[in-house]
Design a protein around this ligand. Structure first.
Ligand SMILES: *[C@@H]1O[C@H](CO)[C@@H](O)[C@H](O)[C@H]1NC(C)=O
Ligand SMILES: *[C@@H]1O[C@H](CO)[C@@H](O)[C@H](O)[C@H]1NC(C)=O
Ligand SMILES: *[C@@H]1O[C@H](CO)[C@@H](O)[C@H](O)[C@H]1NC(C)=O
Length: 500
């Protein structure tokens, strides 16, 4: 019986793979030599042991106020790296928890935390998995929030740079790919414009927050995040890079914004959206100032870089990570912005998800138990591969064709899907197939993309929505923590096969 079942499962994998390869015969060989494939996770979402091993709390522990019962990568460390090897991946993008290294953000080092990351890095290297270490994935030490309101204070720049330098000094003999921040825009927008993420600050008009100012705080926070990034890069370049021979960059989220119609107004709306989204960070990093559209709209609420800061910020990257999942239509609402000022309100755009009745891409509103081939669970996630191509080409054309890694990409299923259904994730395979084909097209057209990271290796803890969503290519039983590769994991294993 078992044999018959596994035979059926194999047949299923075979049919899904064969059935879906007609669009493009994708494999490792579709990409340039040396192109890396990896998976990504973040510390808070997979590590567990939130209040153990000497770790100090981060603003997320305070924000969601649930005990640190997350499942523990700690205990599955070696197993999970073996899994990556078995699935033919080359690299792993993980994040370091600042408060596991410095429980209070600064000062005393937690040696147990250092030992944990050493163990992780050493085992990856032993197994031939290239580490991509990200220094911060939303999880600011709570002590710094309490001390000076965290990212709102310029004081964070030095503390962050000290933490980053400690990591370069301690792990940089082995880690050659550093990222300073993951999705700093999400920190500023969700943390300070609508309060949906930690530390949950916003104006009354834009969310249920007890404190905050959506008109100013997102911009102040981003300014300090950019300066923190640049200060860390400066330390790396001045003291470590030459000897350690690594590279450093930042990870930016980017939704592609397509004008809804060909009107000038909708084109301008889409451009505003791109500038307020990825341009907010990438423009200063490449050109030393915020996009002109933002300067004109936000005016004196937008901080300015001093001459000295411009020198530090401009050119402060060796590579850029782009996290890309979805695409929306943009239109000009032909109304004035609302009188309550705020970051999202400043865009003054309308979002649309269909054009003349045709959805921009597949999505399901309600998950229906009996339908296997549904799309992503997250309601923001439309499957639009051509948007990835446009996003990558936009970065290439507008920002001088930087070295890019596609650093996150994937889709989720509902958390309570039965295991057998979760394992048969043909929809996810089709999602990856479409996006990888679009990425290949971008590379073929000259975009300097050098790697691809699927989000995520494991089903994990999805921030505010907790365990209700599963982004993994490997199924995790949230009770026993047992890992079971899904069909999409076997699909990756097949296309990433290396020639012996
Ligand atoms: C962190 O700060 C608290 C309060 O000041 C102190 O009691 C604790 O010892 C500090 N922990 C470390 C590891 O420095
Ligand atoms: C707003 O927040 C308060 C306190 O955190 C909570 O009790 C209340 O239910 C929230 N209201 C809404 C509409 O979410
Ligand atoms: C699964 O979770 C969703 C909400 O995330 C809920 O609407 C649905 O009823 C749940 N289904 C089952 C079978 O528990």
């Amino acid at each position: 019986m078992i044999k018959l079942l596994s035979l059926l499962a194999l047949l299923w994998v075979y049919m899904a793979v064969v059935g879906a390869t007609h669009t493009a015969d994708l494999s490792r060989k579709s990409f340039p030599k040396g192109f890396l494939f990896g998976t990504a996770t973040s510390a808070y979402q997979v590590e567990g042991m939130a209040s153990k091993g000497g770790r100090g709390p981060s603003i997320w522990d305070e924000f969601i106020k649930t005990p640190g019962a997350y499942f523990s990568f700690f205990k599955h460390l070696l197993e999970d790296i073996n899994l990556m090897v078995n699935l033919n991946f080359d690299a792993y993008r993980f994040s370091i928890s600042w408060s596991r290294i410095f429980p209070n953000g600064t000062g005393k080092v937690n040696r147990k935390g250092v030992a944990y990351y050493n163990r992780l890095i050493n085992y990856m290297l032993r197994k031939g998995i290239t580490p991509y270490a990200n220094l911060n994935h939303y999880d600011l030490p709570l002590a710094l929030e309490n001390k000076y309101l965290g990212w709102l204070s310029h004081d964070v720049v030095k503390d962050y740079a000290d933490y980053a330098e400690f990591c370069f000094k301690t792990f940089g003999d082995r880690v050659k790919n550093w990222m300073t921040f993951n999705e700093p825009r999400v920190v500023a927008a969700l943390g300070y414009d609508n309060g949906f993420f930690a530390p949950g600050r916003c104006s009354k008009a834009y969310g249920n927050c007890t404190a905050g100012n959506s008109a100013t705080e997102p911009y102040i926070v981003t300014h300090n995040l950019i300066l923190s990034h640049a200060a860390a890069v400066q330390r790396y370049r001045q003291k470590y890079q030459e000897k350690q021979k690594g590279r450093i960059g930042i990870l930016l989220d980017f939704v592609w914004y397509e004008p809804l119609t060909r009107s000038k107004a909708d084109n301008y709306a889409a451009q505003r959206a791109r500038d307020f989204h990825v341009g907010w960070f990438l423009h200063p990093l490449v050109y030393g100032e915020y996009p002109k559209t933002m300067q004109n709209i936000v005016k004196d609420r937008l901080p300015k870089f001093t001459k000295e800061e411009v020198k530090m910020v401009k050119g402060s990257f060796d590579l850029i990570g782009i996290n890309q999942y979805t695409t929306y239509y943009m239109y000009d609402p032909h109304t004035s912005p609302p009188k309550d000022l705020g970051y999202q309100a400043d865009w003054n755009v309308g979002f649309a998800y269909e054009r003349k009745g045709v959805p921009i891409g597949p999505r399901t509103k309600l998950y229906e138990e009996d339908i296997l081939c549904v799309q992503a669970y997250s309601n923001w996630l439309y499957n639009v591969p051509w948007g990835l191509h446009k996003a990558i080409m936009y970065i290439k054309e507008r920002y001088g064709n930087p070295t890019v890694i596609l650093a996150e990409n994937g889709m989720d299923d509902p958390g309570n899907l039965t295991m057998s259904k979760a394992l048969h994730d043909t929809t996810r395979i089709n999602y990856y197939k479409g996006y990888l084909a679009a990425l290949k097209q971008s590379v073929d057209e000259g975009a300097n993309v050098v790697g691809y990271f699927a989000w995520s290796l494991l089903d994990n803890f999805e921030w505010r929505i907790g365990y209700t969503s599963r982004f993994g290519i490997v199924y995790v039983d949230f009770k026993t923590l047992k890992r079971t590769p899904k069909m999409s994991a076997y699909w990756f294993k097949k296309i990433l096969r290396k020639n012996k």
